[in-house]
Design a protein around this ligand. Structure first.
Ligand SMILES: Nc1ncnc2c1ncn2[C@@H]1O[C@H](COP(=O)(O)OP(=O)(O)O)[C@@H](O)[C@H]1O
Ligand SMILES: [Mg+2]
Length: 299
């Protein structure tokens, strides 16, 4: 079961105090690799007995991790962090109910959900950095991996949400940005499959043209380069229009590597069409077009 599945299933069984304990652990993780039980008890204002009961419940639900050495302490698991984001979305009226898992990637779990108005949305939980018990040895001695996954995952969500807010209003074909909390973003749900998954692409000229038009719009109108573009981050919808997803790596066009990243994005797409023997166009021509220096290549 993925962390998001654990979170979605257990969230409904959580009570206010459980969520409070998760929040306390989250906050104290900035200072402690494992938050000492005493600290949790102190901030919870619960009796030790009640706090113990809650902590063992959260542990059984796999929302937190426990260590006994060198002291009894706790840290959040991804599923625990997911629950905190879900709680925030529910409280803010963004989410009413969860549906099924839409995609599990290396760097994200994406869930289908419903808003209070019964609109379908997607919730993407970012997963970055490995959760590790061990300390990593670096040249300067021991540095802990304390909470780095938490921070990295949150940063990725913040960046992706920023990108969507920059490009969506300019008419770039992306899921509609709705909300962001911690490592999670809420966005419009889309249907279709990654370009890479399609056995056959019915009208490759039209599809490639649309992809290039969107890269151009993002670059010229929003000043944004995707920087992780490939056939895996382009969704071809049942109506044969495309959507570009997965934006946490974006850079603005002022970024020193922007041109290089833009070129790589375009090459990835052109190579896909070439490899599949669908079409071939020159990188330079496509690049001139997306940067506004040339016309749409004829193909
Ligand atoms: N808004 C969305 N609506 C429906 N499915 C989505 C949505 N966003 C992503 N997905 C699904 O989840 C998969 C992973 O999403 P993606 O953003 O590419 O994350 P990553 O590749 O980092 O794991 C996508 O390939 C797609 O199948
Ligand atoms: Mg992806």
């Amino acid at each position: 079961m993925s962390s998001a599945e654990i979170a979605v299933q257990t969230f409904k069984t959580l009570e206010k105090e459980d969520l409070r304990l998760l929040q306390i652990i989250e906050a104290a993780m900035e200072k402690h690799e494992f938050v000492p039980k005493d600290v949790v008890v102190k901030f919870s204002k619960l009796s030790e007995e009640k706090a113990d009961f809650r902590l063992s419940k959260l542990h059984k639900l796999r929302l937190i991790r426990q260590t006994k050495e060198p002291y009894l302490g706790y840290t959040l698991n991804y599923a625990g962090y997911d629950c905190l984001a879900i709680n925030a979305f529910v409280k803010a009226g963004v989410v009413e109910a969860f549906g099924k898992l839409l995609g599990v990637g290396k760097e994200a779990d994406v869930y289908d959900a419903l808003t209070p108005k019964n609109e379908r949305i997607a919730i993407k939980f970012h997963r970055l950095g490995r959760i590790s018990f061990r300390q990593t040895v670096r040249k300067r001695g021991y540095i802990t991996e304390r909470a780095s996954w938490l921070l990295q995952s949150r940063k990725a969500a913040e960046k992706e949400f920023e990108a969507l807010k920059l490009v969506f209003p300019k008419g770039v074909a992306v899921p509609k940005p709705i909300s962001q909390n911690r490592h999670a973003i809420a966005m419009g749900a889309i249907e279709g499959a990654e370009l890479a998954e399609w056995r056959e692409i019915p009208n490759p000229k039209k599809v490639l043209g649309e992809i290039l038009r969107n890269i151009r719009k993002a670059y010229l109108k929003a000043g944004v380069v995707h920087a992780d573009l490939s056939e895996y981050n382009i969704i071809l919808k049942p109506d044969m229009h495309v959507l570009i997803i997965d934006w946490p790596q974006y850079v603005t066009c002022e970024h020193p590597n922007a041109q290089q990243l833009l070129k790589r994005d375009v090459e990835n797409i052109l190579n896909f069409f070439k490899r599949k023997r669908l079409l071939e166009i020159k990188t330079n021509e496509a690049l001139a077009y997306v940067t506004g220096k040339g016309k749409m290549p004829t193909f």
